[in-house]
Design a protein around this ligand. Structure first.
Ligand code: HPA
Length: 274
């Protein structure tokens, strides 16, 4: 059994050797164009993924590929600047790495952020969606293969994966933010191509409100090992076929970065309030 506790303990031991006793409590994974918050972490210790044994190397553009440890709004953070996606060519089973290493580092709660396309036609670019639940129709799961019993059971419940308590805190913070905030369902597609208009219509009929290529593997891995998750999507575009415009990575990054400062304020307020 490869991706078990012994395997990732090697990664965690290396990280611990560089942290001098710092024990993170809150995990944060920053999505496309949303890296600004990382700069606010106090007394940061940065560890590039490529230095960490038994870990993965990030290839996505706009994802710089390092852990940042330090304090933010009084919370001890383990932040990922740069994440891993199925479309980069990893096996689903490899995508357990970040959250299992967080678990071994002692992380108790996890915030996942991403840029996403709006499927719900009442949403607008620049809005934020608190993820209430997700839909993943692609079959495979990061927990396929021999079960890592030391992280969690073979079959596990995911009906409260996006923690009710953390969503309640996020709603309170949203109410005092300048952003237009919704609560909705994240529909996962593997990418790397954006979706077809027909896929977006199908996602809407099935109950999706926003669409994206990340987050669900991390949320599932967290659910397996008992870490409550809060997921936040920055709406960077209307999904394919809703408006008569072509989707481009540049536009997605541009809108995410433009809305980034307000989004970061919201996330910082949530971190403070947790
Ligand atoms: N589709 C998938 N992923 C995305 C999108 C989208 O429209 N926008 C940002 N990430």
């Amino acid at each position: 059994m490869k991706y078990d506790k012994a395997y990732f303990q090697v990664s965690a031991d290396y990280i611990k050797s560089r942290l001098g006793g710092f024990e993170p409590e809150l995990g944060l994974i920053l999505g496309t164009g949303l890296g600004g918050l990382a700069a606010q972490i106090e007394d940061p210790v940065e560890i590039p993924y490529k230095d960490i044994p038994n870990f993965l190397v990030s290839t996505a553009p706009g994802h710089s590929g390092k852990f940042i440890f330090g304090t933010l709004m009084g919370k001890k953070m383990m932040c990922m600047s740069g994440r891993f996606h199925f479309y980069e060519g990893y096996e689903y089973q490899q995508l357990v790495a970040p959250v299992r290493v967080m678990k071994l580092m002692g992380v108790k709660r996890l915030i996942l952020t991403n840029a996403a396309g709006a499927v719900n036609e009442s949403y607008r670019p620049g809005d934020v969606m608190i993820i209430k639940d997700h839909i993943k129709m692609t079959g495979a799961s990061p927990m396929c293969g021999p079960n890592a019993d030391d992280f969690g059971p073979r079959f596990f419940d995911v009906s409260d994966m996006y923690s009710k308590d953390m969503r309640a805190v996020a709603r309170e913070c949203a109410a005092r933010s300048e952003l237009n905030v919704h609560e909705g369902v994240y529909f996962f597609f593997t990418g790397p191509q954006y979706e077809t208009p027909a896929e977006i219509r199908a996602a809407r009929i099935l109950g999706g409100d926003a669409v994206g290529m990340s987050t669900v593997t991390e949320a599932l891995t967290a659910a397996h090992c008992g870490i409550p998750v809060l997921g936040l999507s920055m709406i960077s575009n209307m999904a394919a076929g809703i408006w008569d415009v072509k989707l481009s990575e540049e536009d997605v990054i541009e809108i995410a970065q433009k809305s980034g400062p307000k989004f970061s304020l919201l996330v910082a307020d949530i971190i403070r309030s947790l």
